[in-house]
Design a protein around this ligand. Structure first.
Ligand SMILES: CC(C)(COP(=O)(O)OP(=O)(O)OC[C@H]1O[C@@H](n2cnc3c(N)ncnc32)[C@H](O)[C@@H]1OP(=O)(O)O)[C@@H](O)C(=O)NCCC(=O)NCCS
Length: 164
Protein backbone atom coordinates (compact mmCIF):
# COMPACT_ATOMS: atom_id res chain seq x y z
CA UNK A 1 0.00 0.00 0.00
CA UNK A 2 1.92 3.05 1.27
CA UNK A 3 5.69 2.81 1.41
CA UNK A 4 8.63 4.84 2.59
CA UNK A 5 12.23 3.67 2.38
CA UNK A 6 12.06 0.71 4.79
CA UNK A 7 8.43 0.36 5.80
CA UNK A 8 5.26 -0.79 4.04
CA UNK A 9 1.75 -0.38 5.41
CA UNK A 10 -0.73 -3.25 5.02
CA UNK A 11 -4.49 -2.88 5.42
CA UNK A 12 -6.02 -5.64 7.59
CA UNK A 13 -8.36 -6.65 6.16
CA UNK A 14 -7.64 -5.28 2.71
CA UNK A 15 -11.33 -5.40 1.83
CA UNK A 16 -14.53 -5.92 3.88
CA UNK A 17 -14.96 -9.55 4.89
CA UNK A 18 -11.42 -10.68 4.07
CA UNK A 19 -9.91 -13.03 6.68
CA UNK A 20 -6.95 -11.61 8.65
CA UNK A 21 -4.16 -14.17 9.20
CA UNK A 22 -3.22 -15.48 12.66
CA UNK A 23 0.31 -14.20 12.06
CA UNK A 24 -0.91 -10.64 11.52
CA UNK A 25 -3.23 -10.78 14.54
CA UNK A 26 -0.26 -11.97 16.62
CA UNK A 27 1.84 -9.09 15.29
CA UNK A 28 -0.84 -6.54 16.30
CA UNK A 29 -1.04 -7.99 19.82
CA UNK A 30 2.77 -7.99 20.14
CA UNK A 31 2.91 -4.29 19.29
CA UNK A 32 0.17 -3.59 21.86
CA UNK A 33 2.13 -5.48 24.56
CA UNK A 34 5.28 -3.53 23.77
CA UNK A 35 3.54 -0.14 23.86
CA UNK A 36 0.70 -0.10 26.42
CA UNK A 37 0.15 -0.93 30.11
CA UNK A 38 -3.27 -2.49 29.35
CA UNK A 39 -2.70 -4.01 25.93
CA UNK A 40 -5.35 -5.40 23.59
CA UNK A 41 -5.02 -9.18 23.32
CA UNK A 42 -5.34 -11.24 20.14
CA UNK A 43 -8.99 -11.96 21.06
CA UNK A 44 -9.77 -8.21 21.19
CA UNK A 45 -8.59 -7.80 17.59
CA UNK A 46 -10.53 -10.87 16.43
CA UNK A 47 -13.70 -9.75 18.21
CA UNK A 48 -13.49 -6.27 16.65
CA UNK A 49 -13.17 -7.70 13.16
CA UNK A 50 -16.29 -9.83 13.73
CA UNK A 51 -18.42 -6.76 14.62
CA UNK A 52 -20.82 -6.28 11.72
CA UNK A 53 -22.16 -2.89 12.94
CA UNK A 54 -18.84 -1.16 12.29
CA UNK A 55 -16.19 -1.20 9.56
CA UNK A 56 -12.78 -1.97 11.06
CA UNK A 57 -9.30 -1.59 9.67
CA UNK A 58 -5.94 -2.25 11.29
CA UNK A 59 -3.05 -0.74 9.37
CA UNK A 60 0.10 -2.76 10.04
CA UNK A 61 3.54 -1.29 9.35
CA UNK A 62 6.22 -3.85 8.47
CA UNK A 63 9.87 -3.59 7.57
CA UNK A 64 11.90 -6.47 6.12
CA UNK A 65 12.18 -8.12 9.54
CA UNK A 66 8.55 -7.89 10.62
CA UNK A 67 5.91 -5.68 12.19
CA UNK A 68 7.00 -2.32 13.65
CA UNK A 69 3.75 -0.45 14.30
CA UNK A 70 0.03 -0.30 13.71
CA UNK A 71 -3.00 1.97 13.74
CA UNK A 72 -6.58 0.86 14.40
CA UNK A 73 -9.74 2.61 13.23
CA UNK A 74 -13.45 1.84 12.92
CA UNK A 75 -16.31 3.78 11.40
CA UNK A 76 -20.02 4.08 12.05
CA UNK A 77 -21.99 5.90 9.34
CA UNK A 78 -19.98 9.12 8.79
CA UNK A 79 -17.88 9.12 11.96
CA UNK A 80 -14.70 7.17 12.66
CA UNK A 81 -12.67 6.47 15.78
CA UNK A 82 -8.99 5.77 16.10
CA UNK A 83 -8.57 3.06 18.74
CA UNK A 84 -4.77 3.29 18.90
CA UNK A 85 -1.66 4.14 16.99
CA UNK A 86 1.52 2.51 18.27
CA UNK A 87 5.09 2.17 17.03
CA UNK A 88 7.66 -0.20 18.57
CA UNK A 89 9.99 1.87 20.80
CA UNK A 90 13.12 1.29 18.71
CA UNK A 91 11.35 2.46 15.51
CA UNK A 92 9.93 5.75 16.76
CA UNK A 93 10.68 9.21 15.29
CA UNK A 94 10.89 7.78 11.75
CA UNK A 95 7.48 9.00 10.58
CA UNK A 96 5.90 5.56 10.85
CA UNK A 97 2.96 6.87 12.92
CA UNK A 98 2.57 9.67 10.38
CA UNK A 99 2.33 7.11 7.57
CA UNK A 100 -0.24 5.15 9.56
CA UNK A 101 -2.30 8.27 10.17
CA UNK A 102 -2.21 9.11 6.46
CA UNK A 103 -3.61 5.63 5.74
CA UNK A 104 -6.35 6.15 8.33
CA UNK A 105 -7.32 9.48 6.75
CA UNK A 106 -7.43 7.85 3.30
CA UNK A 107 -9.68 5.14 4.75
CA UNK A 108 -11.97 7.91 6.11
CA UNK A 109 -12.22 9.50 2.69
CA UNK A 110 -12.99 6.14 1.06
CA UNK A 111 -15.84 5.51 3.52
CA UNK A 112 -17.19 9.10 3.33
CA UNK A 113 -16.29 9.74 6.97
CA UNK A 114 -16.73 13.39 7.95
CA UNK A 115 -15.29 13.37 11.47
CA UNK A 116 -12.37 11.36 12.86
CA UNK A 117 -12.15 11.12 16.66
CA UNK A 118 -9.84 9.72 19.29
CA UNK A 119 -8.97 9.77 22.98
CA UNK A 120 -5.47 10.28 24.31
CA UNK A 121 -3.89 10.44 27.77
CA UNK A 122 -3.39 14.10 28.64
CA UNK A 123 0.28 13.39 29.52
CA UNK A 124 1.01 11.75 26.14
CA UNK A 125 2.90 14.66 24.60
CA UNK A 126 4.27 12.62 21.69
CA UNK A 127 0.83 11.44 20.54
CA UNK A 128 -0.83 14.82 21.14
CA UNK A 129 1.88 16.50 19.09
CA UNK A 130 1.42 13.94 16.30
CA UNK A 131 -2.35 14.48 16.20
CA UNK A 132 -2.07 18.27 16.32
CA UNK A 133 0.35 18.11 13.41
CA UNK A 134 -2.41 16.47 11.37
CA UNK A 135 -4.93 19.15 12.40
CA UNK A 136 -6.73 17.45 15.29
CA UNK A 137 -8.07 19.79 17.97
CA UNK A 138 -9.14 19.16 21.56
CA UNK A 139 -12.94 19.04 21.99
CA UNK A 140 -13.04 18.18 25.69
CA UNK A 141 -11.69 16.15 28.58
CA UNK A 142 -12.95 12.80 29.86
CA UNK A 143 -12.17 12.60 33.59
CA UNK A 144 -10.42 9.48 34.92
CA UNK A 145 -10.82 7.88 31.53
CA UNK A 146 -7.80 5.58 31.81
CA UNK A 147 -6.59 3.16 34.44
CA UNK A 148 -3.11 1.75 35.21
CA UNK A 149 -2.38 4.59 35.83
CA UNK A 150 -5.63 6.56 36.28
CA UNK A 151 -5.59 9.61 34.03
CA UNK A 152 -7.87 12.00 32.14
CA UNK A 153 -8.22 11.81 28.37
CA UNK A 154 -8.34 14.56 25.81
CA UNK A 155 -11.11 14.00 23.29
CA UNK A 156 -9.71 15.12 19.95
CA UNK A 157 -11.22 15.28 16.49
CA UNK A 158 -10.45 16.15 12.91
CA UNK A 159 -12.92 17.22 10.24
CA UNK A 160 -12.16 15.27 7.09
CA UNK A 161 -11.99 17.40 3.97
CA UNK A 162 -10.81 16.73 0.45
CA UNK A 163 -7.82 19.00 0.99
CA UNK A 164 -6.35 16.88 3.80
C1 LIG B 1 2.96 8.46 19.58
C2 LIG B 1 3.73 7.54 18.64
C3 LIG B 1 2.70 6.63 17.95
C4 LIG B 1 4.47 8.36 17.59
O1 LIG B 1 5.06 7.48 16.63
P1 LIG B 1 6.30 7.90 15.71
O2 LIG B 1 6.38 6.94 14.58
O3 LIG B 1 7.50 8.06 16.54
O4 LIG B 1 5.81 9.33 15.20
P2 LIG B 1 6.37 10.13 13.91
O5 LIG B 1 7.81 9.83 13.70
O6 LIG B 1 5.45 9.91 12.77
O7 LIG B 1 6.24 11.61 14.43
C5 LIG B 1 5.33 12.55 13.88
C6 LIG B 1 5.21 13.74 14.81
O8 LIG B 1 4.71 13.31 16.08
C7 LIG B 1 5.30 14.09 17.12
N1 LIG B 1 6.13 13.25 17.99
C8 LIG B 1 6.42 11.94 17.80
N2 LIG B 1 7.17 11.50 18.83
C9 LIG B 1 7.36 12.55 19.66
C10 LIG B 1 8.03 12.72 20.90
N3 LIG B 1 8.70 11.69 21.49
N4 LIG B 1 7.99 13.93 21.50
C11 LIG B 1 7.34 14.97 20.93
N5 LIG B 1 6.68 14.87 19.73
C12 LIG B 1 6.69 13.67 19.12
C13 LIG B 1 6.15 15.12 16.42
O9 LIG B 1 5.32 16.25 16.15
C14 LIG B 1 6.50 14.41 15.15
O10 LIG B 1 6.87 15.26 14.11
P3 LIG B 1 8.44 15.65 13.91
O11 LIG B 1 9.17 14.34 13.83
O12 LIG B 1 8.44 16.41 12.64
O13 LIG B 1 8.83 16.44 15.13
C15 LIG B 1 4.76 6.67 19.41
O14 LIG B 1 5.53 7.51 20.24
C16 LIG B 1 4.17 5.54 20.25
O15 LIG B 1 3.95 4.44 19.75
N6 LIG B 1 3.92 5.82 21.52
C17 LIG B 1 3.37 4.79 22.43
C18 LIG B 1 1.96 4.41 22.07
C19 LIG B 1 1.01 5.61 22.19
O16 LIG B 1 1.03 6.32 23.19
N7 LIG B 1 0.16 5.78 21.16
C20 LIG B 1 -0.83 6.84 21.14
C21 LIG B 1 -2.10 6.33 21.72
S1 LIG B 1 -3.45 7.50 21.49
Amino acid sequence: MEANKDVKIFSLPEYDGEEVSDEDIRALANIESACFSSPWKESSFRDSLKNRNTVWRFFLAKDKNGAVGYGGVYSVIDEAFITNIAVMPEFRRRKIASLLLECIISYCKRYAVKRLMLEVRISNDAAISLYRKFGFTVDGISKNHYFAPTEDAYLMSLTITDTL
